[in-house]
Design a protein around this ligand. Structure first.
Ligand code: CP
Length: 305
């Protein structure tokens, strides 16, 4: 039995560096040589209490291509949650119908709670501003694939570093690879202290900036993020910062050959459309990588290989 069998994935720290490496290797094998119908007879439940395009549909695509079945809902309004059913009752019920639950929820800690009460493993597909570990695994896969290594890279994280769950998970994972971090955000959206403390304890270098126009030439990876309107309680605060960073094509002029622009997507205005044609733009390939990586995660947890 592999060490990930029957294990939930709630935080990226639930997987050891060896287990992460195993997922990345398996995803690469699946990309090069699709493994066939290895999920035949398996049922995966996808419970999306928050909107999603990539995460939900790439999980669906991953399961369908491996011959499994996927059930669930894309918004809580179509489930009995709209009649007042609790998260606990929903999870216990759905675990009767499935071998694995994939869940996205707006409340931080909801996925951990679900994993503690569920008799089947739970994969966190994003819980509020906390964690998005499957996104992190596909981000690591994308970085390794484009840079040939995860070690010793200069990673720029730009935008909403306060509420952005993708940067929180990615920071934790990359802290195992001698990374230098540059955090670019307005004061209101700085990387939370707990994550900076986490890096300090591990002796990892990080720098904070208000802008990145003058320093982008040093980056190996620029990880752009959206300022998330849905996380602000005051709309005026959102209006103040929503368009603060826009990556434009001319900013790529003196950047490194190996630079890749990543973004978990969806984007609003933070990457100009004319950047899409640059060989340095990698965000749509990054989204495709999510299928191979999610296939590897599900296959490992269901121990079908
Ligand atoms: N990257 C990501 O989580 O995208 P979705 O919100 O579309 O799933």
């Amino acid at each position: 039995m592999n060490s990930l069998a029957s294990k939930s994935l709630v935080s990226i720290n639930d997987f050891s560096p060896d287990e992460i490496e195993r997922i990345l290797d398996m995803a690469s094998r699946f990309e090069q040589s699709p493994p066939g119908k290895i999920l035949d007879s398996k049922v995966i439940a996808a419970l999306f209490f928050e909107p999603s395009t990539r995460t939900r549909l790439s999980f669906e695509s991953a399961v369908n291509r491996l011959g499994g079945r996927i059930i669930g809902f894309a918004e809580a309004g179509t489930s009995s949650v709209s009649k007042g059913e609790s998260l606990k009752d929903t999870v216990l019920t759905v675990s009767n119908y499935s071998d694995l639950i994939v869940m996205r929820h707006s409340i931080e800690g909801s996925a951990r709670y679900a994993s503690e009460i569920s008799p089947v493993p739970v994969i966190n597909a994003g819980d509020g501003s906390n964690q998005h570990p499957t996104q992190t695994l596909l981000d690591l896969y994308s970085i390794q694939k484009t840079q040939g290594t995860l070690d010793g890279l200069n990673i720029f994280m730009v935008g909403d570093l306060k509420y952005g769950r993708t940067v929180h998970s990615l920071l934790m994972a990359l802290s195992n690879y001698n990374t230098t971090f540059n955090f670019i955000s307005p004061t209101e959206l700085r990387m939370p202290e707990e994550y900076k403390l986490f890096l300090e304890k591990k002796g990892i270098k990080y720098y904070e900036h208000d802008d990145f126009t003058e320093i982008i030439s040093r980056a190996d990876i620029v990880y752009m993020t959206r300022v998330q309107r849905e996380r602000f309680s005051d709309p005026l605060e959102y209006e103040k910062v929503k368009n603060i960073y826009v990556l434009r094509k001319e900013m790529l002029a003196n950047t490194k050959e190996n630079l890749k622009i990543l973004h978990p997507l969806p984007r609003v205005n933070e990457i100009d459309r004319d950047v899409d044609d640059s060989p340095k733009a990698y965000y749509f390939e990054q989204a495709l990588n999510g299928v191979y990586v999610r296939q590897a995660i599900i296959s490992s947890i269901l121990d079908v290989l």
